[in-house]
Design a protein around this ligand. Structure first.
Ligand code: ZN
Length: 69
């Protein structure tokens, strides 16, 4: 499973959205968006799936450089 990683617009930090999905599913839903309670700033953000970065695990944020768009 892939984790969706987004960049918090308030803090600039990479955030694990907690959303996990198979890559095939992500490619199908990339036109959609997800609403996530941000662990970095505590606010809600809505991000387009196509803007997500992918990581295999939460501890993998440093390597989250693969963009699906
Ligand atoms: Zn945030």
């Amino acid at each position: 499973m892939e984790h969706l990683i987004f960049v918090c617009p308030s803090t600039g930090r990479a955030v694990d959205s907690g959303v996990e999905s198979e890559i095939g599913t992500l490619l199908r839903i990339r036109q959609q968006s997800v609403r996530v309670l941000c662990p970095a700033c505590g606010g809600w953000h809505q991000w387009a799936v196509r803007d997500a970065f992918l990581a295999k695990a939460a501890g993998d944020l440093q390597g989250a450089d693969r963009h699906i768009a």
